[in-house]
Design a protein around this ligand. Structure first.
Ligand code: HEC
Length: 205
């Protein structure tokens, strides 16, 4: 008799539990044991981001967008990834083509990631600093005019003294775009009327 009750109880528990799975609902399912529910796997026609274990994808991945897939690549292009030459010295000029698109991207990324402290013109009076954070130097300081592009890239990637690094948030290509934009901000601070096309000069006088 008792056995039957235990058997029945067992079955009803199973029925109740099975009700947790498979029913249609708008809500996110509650996962007591998420084993195997989320896992890297292949589906037909899917792009792979998973190199076999112990191998490294060879080649150029600058076009890859997700940070996850980028990590799998062999970072062969030392200058692009570290801002340094083989001998460890900072590269003097940006190793990518500087054009209007890169500048626009750099401006946007600078205003997102840097302006909070450095302010949008780079003088170092961003909102976070106004609220008490250690003040950064003016990016237009003479000293920073003479540093290599690779140095600026390194500061963005790894931080310096009171400034945190942004390698985790900002992909390499965007860091170079920011470097290009910092150069533009510096130029603006030291611009003279000769830098303005003659036709536009009277507009700013
Ligand atoms: C949280 C605030 C903060 C943010 C955000 C920030 N910085 Fe800084 N930055 C600082 C501070 C503070 C210093 C001064 C560090 C020191 O000397 O202790 C600094 C210094 C620098 C320097 C000068 C390094 C030197 O040689 O003295 C550069 C260049 C620079 N930052 C660029 C950037 C760029 C580009 C970004 C955006 C990717 C950025 N920073 C984001 C706070 C910040």
């Amino acid at each position: 008799m008792m056995r039957n009750y235990i058997g029945l109880l067992g079955i009803s528990v199973l029925i109740v539990l099975s009700g947790c799975r498979g029913a249609r609902s708008e809500k996110t399912p509650f996962h007591l044991n998420p084993n195997f529910d989320w896992q890297p796997k292949f589906r037909a026609q899917m792009l792979t981001t998973l190199p076999p274990e112990g191998t490294v994808i060879w080649g150029n991945e600058h076009s890859f967008s997700s940070a996850k897939s980028r990590e799998h690549y062999l970072k062969e292009d030392t200058v692009f990834y570290s801002g340094k030459l083989e001998n460890g010295a900072f590269v003097s000029t940006i190793p990518v083509r500087v054009d209007a698109a890169l500048m626009t991207r750099g401006q946007e990324r600078f205003n997102i990631y840097c302006a909070a402290c450095h302010d949008q013109s780079g003088t170092g009076r961003g909102m976070v600093v106004q609220r008490g954070f250690a003040p950064p130097p003016n990016l237009g300081d003479e000293r920073l005019l003479t540093v290599q592009d690779g140095y600026l890239y390194d500061v963005i990637s790894n931080g310096i003294r009171n400034m945190p690094g942004y390698a985790k948030q900002i992909p390499e290509a965007d860091r170079w775009a920011i470097v290009a934009y910092v150069r533009a901000l510096q130029k603006v601070q030291h611009a003279t009327i000769e830098d303005v096309p003659e036709s536009s000069r009277k507009e700013i006088k």
